[in-house]
Write a protein that binds this ligand. Structure first.
Ligand code: NIG
Ligand code: FE
Length: 401
């Protein structure tokens, strides 16, 4: 059965721009869009169900392409410490930071992790997200990484959202490998990644390339293993310092390099050549009170595609609204609302390797879209959070919340 969605305006985001269609109509069949264009030109569809969208603005379903939604515990105590002047790196060096979330995640049952992650994910969904990436990386041993990735898979099965799993075993050094980072990387490559991939728990592989995490040489070992397993790679790069991890990511045709405040123009040139998406995370920039801006001019000059994500995590970005991140991308990173929306739709889809099927509203693509009760597309980046009245359609079916 086909459905005709009409009485709406569309920002299709095809080619990374609003690509506005006024007084539009969308025809869906099953989970896909079969026609989209001006309402006056809809081809005769015969018997069809019709839905009146009351003049709403329709965009692709939002895609949050970088999150750490599954974790145990909470780090608001560290937030208070940082407000007293202790730095993120100092907290990490003292055994807090990622290590404290690792302790809480290892101690949590799969059921508890699912319940807390579900509550957070529901906040994102209420904000118009229809696809989300979820990373592991707070387990750091095979059983705990498996537990996190299984929870992420279950979230995708039980909630109206498409979940992409990323294995971030190379996020930090677990305590049992203290002073043995090379050994931990070898364990990831020989044991963890092959086992988790064989269980179909991994869609992409990520690492944290930073002086307080892993070197480019160590990350490269992880990338080589991912390639042997047929998995695409991504990288947390240049968040706190410049190590040219983003250039390394580009050499391995990474889907994305993420954070990037300290990247150089040479890194941008390398990323443009490999069409690696720059995923910017204004929530982490804001929450860490970072002052070094990502090099927006270089990214634009060399045509690097830019995505925006929440980086939802307990340490650096407890962000539960992707629309709020669009606003921060505009105010903090000087992006336009149109660039920001492309960053949470078509460019985010590319950062997950899904741009052929998701991220824009075009015939043949998956029918994931949101009909927003707003006056202009820029309103999505204008309001500071809040709950905008909306209807969310995923796989051609309206979601209820
Ligand atoms: O994306 N940069 C590394 N990983 C996370 C932070 C993790 C944490 O502090 O728990 C990030 O910012
Ligand atoms: Fe992150």
């Amino acid at each position: 059965m086909k459905t005709l969605w009409q009485n709406c305006h569309v920002a299709s985001m095809a080619n990374g721009a609003y690509s506005i269609i006024e007084d539009a109509a969308i025809v869906t069949e099953g989970a896909h869009i079969v026609w989209i264009g001006p309402r006056a030109e809809v081809p005769d569809q015969g018997d069809i169900k019709t839905v009146d969208l009351n003049g709403a603005w329709v965009t692709p379903g939002l895609i949050d392409c970088h999150t750490h939604t599954v974790f145990g515990g909470n780090r608001s105590g560290e937030f208070e410490q940082r407000l007293q002047g202790v730095s993120y790196a100092e907290i990490a060096a003292a055994g807090g930071g990622i290590a404290s979330t690792v302790r809480a995640t290892r101690a949590a049952s799969e059921e508890d992790l699912f319940a807390s992650a579900k509550r957070r994910l529901q906040q994102l969904l209420k904000d118009g997200v229809t696809t989300v990436e979820i990373k592991s990386g707070y387990g750091l041993d095979l059983a705990s990484e498996r537990k996190m990735l299984r929870v992420a898979r279950q979230l995708g099965e039980q909630l109206p959202v498409t979940v992409r799993n990323t294995c971030l075993a190379a996020h930090a050094l677990p305590p049992e490998y203290k002073d043995r980072a090379d050994d931990y990387i070898a364990h990831i490559c020989s044991d963890m990644l092959p086992a988790l991939a064989a269980e179909n728990l991994v869609d992409a592989v990520d690492a944290f390339c930073e002086y307080l995490a892993f070197s480019t040489e160590q990350v490269e070992q992880v990338f080589i293993t991912a390639g042997q397993l047929g998995l695409p790679v991504k990288l947390h790069a240049e968040q706190l310092s410049s190590m040219h991890g983003s250039s390394l990511a580009a050499r391995y045709q990474a889907l994305s390099a993420d954070h990037l405040e300290f990247m150089t123009e040479e890194d941008a040139i390398a990323m443009a050549a490999s069409d690696t998406v720059a995923v910017l995370l204004p929530g982490a920039f804001y929450f860490l009170r970072e002052t070094q801006l990502p090099p927006m001019d270089a990214l634009r000059k060399h045509g690097v595609k830019i995505a925006i994500a929440t980086d939802l995590n307990p340490g650096t970005s407890p962000g539960l609204s992707l629309r709020l991140m669009l606003n921060m991308a505009c105010t903090l990173f000087r992006m336009t609302p149109e660039e920001a929306l492309a960053g949470a739709t078509i460019h985010a889809a590319q950062a997950l390797g899904m741009a052929d099927t998701h991220g824009s509203l075009e015939a043949g693509k998956v029918a994931d879209f949101v009909a927003w009760n707003i006056e202009r597309p820029a309103d999505l980046a204008y309001w500071l959070g809040g709950d905008i009245e909306k209807r969310v359609v995923r796989h051609g079916v309206e979601s209820t919340f």
